[in-house]
Ligand binder design. Structure first.
Ligand SMILES: [Zn+2]
Length: 354
């Protein structure tokens, strides 16, 4: 009887329990083939790629005139920059060049590559002050500023320029560049070190910038009262020795840059940089000449608009009219750079980090 019971137990084990063990064993083996950790790692990588898709990157923008910080998709922000920084009737390739330059600048700010000397961003990555970062306009405001019959087509044109360059930024020797730009250079852009002392940047070199004569305000004459100039000089430099009677004779241009801008000048007993004189009088550029009108007035003629370093927006438009692509335009004004995508860069940075 005991034997029979033993046989029964053994048979039960073979028929019922053994297959259970085998099945469990199999499932364990299957799990072992794909190690749990690797599986998670793969998921993590996929997740990261998802997160770094250019369309999903967000930027914090300090909107100066409303004194608020707003977070928005980077690509949406770039549309507002192109709309604010460039005339919408410019060539599509010029708008695309502007989109890539603006995106590179914004990305550089997000990654703290160009640290602002003064923190006026209230914790944001970038601000909408063109004198500090780059201009930006809200879509609704851009639509209002254009003729109503053209507004919607204008916005579509800007959207297209941004979309066709989505996620693209400029690099120089594997580093994100600082793609400064200006309205028009006056025929020749500047070496960065001639405008910002001691700042030698290999891709910010002086190049001929053709076709800018067509731009609005290429050459501008402005009259100044000598009295006002002396007042401003004394407010800025209290110890300066200069009088309005002899002002014209006391101004001497000491040095001009390769592109013809005033690098240094002397007024009375004081030596000033061209950039200092420009900001003192709010001149359009440092490419200026001074004439005497009469005892009380001077005439200052400026050529070009902006600091003159990097890409000239009007020059970019001219090159686009001549058939250059946005890539050719960018490589002309920022010599030695190349285009890469944020996605690629984030992936490289991430692999290095791991
Ligand atoms: Zn700023």
């Amino acid at each position: 009887m005991k034997k029979l019971l033993g046989y029964f137990v053994l048979m039960t084990m073979i028929i019922v329990i053994l297959p259970l063990i085998i099945v469990r064993g199999c499932s364990t083996v299957i799990t072992d083939i794909v190690p749990e950790d690797d599986n998670k790692e793969e998921q993590k990588q996929e997740q990261k790629k998802e997160q770094t898709k250019a369309g999903e990157i967000k930027i914090k923008v300090y909107i100066k005139d409303r004194d608020i910080v707003e977070e928005m998709p980077l690509e949406e922000y770039i549309k507002g920059v192109v709309a604010a920084e460039m005339p919408v009737d410019f060539e599509p390739e010029a708008l695309k060049a502007q989109a890539v330059a603006a995106r590179t600048y914004a990305y550089g700010r997000m990654k703290k590559i160009y640290t602002p000397a003064d923190d006026i961003h209230n914790g944001a990555d970038i601000c909408t002050d063109s004198a500090h970062c780059q201009a930006w306009i809200k879509k609704e405001d851009a639509l209002k500023k254009w003729e109503s019959s053209k507004a919607s087509a204008n916005w579509k044109k800007i959207e297209k320029a941004v979309l066709e360059t989505e996620g693209q930024i400029l690099l120089y020797e594997n580093r994100v560049v600082n793609p400064v730009f200006h309205s028009n250079s006056g025929g020749m852009t500047e070496n960065s070190e001639d405008v910002w002392e001691g700042t030698v940047v290999p891709y910010l070199k002086s190049v001929v910038s053709e076709g800018e004569e067509a731009s609005e305000g290429y050459e501008v004459e402005t009259e100044f009262k000598k009295e006002d100039i002396v007042k401003k000089l004394k407010a800025q430099y209290p110890d300066i020795k200069v009088s309005k009677e002899s002002l014209f004779d006391e101004i001497e241009i000491l040095e001009r840059t390769e592109a013809g801008r005033v690098k240094s000048m002397k007024i009375g007993d004081k030596t000033l940089k061209g950039t200092e004189f420009r900001s003192l009088l709010g001149l359009r550029s440092t490419n200026f000449s001074i004439e005497n009108i009469d005892d009380s007035r001077l005439k200052i003629t400026t050529i070009g608009y902006g600091h003159g370093v990097g890409m000239s927006q009007w020059g970019a438009n001219y090159r686009a009219e001549q058939g250059d692509s946005y890539e050719e335009i960018l490589k002309y004004y920022y010599q030695g750079v190349y285009i890469d995508s944020i996605e690629d860069l984030e992936f490289i940075l991430d692999s290095k980090h791991n």
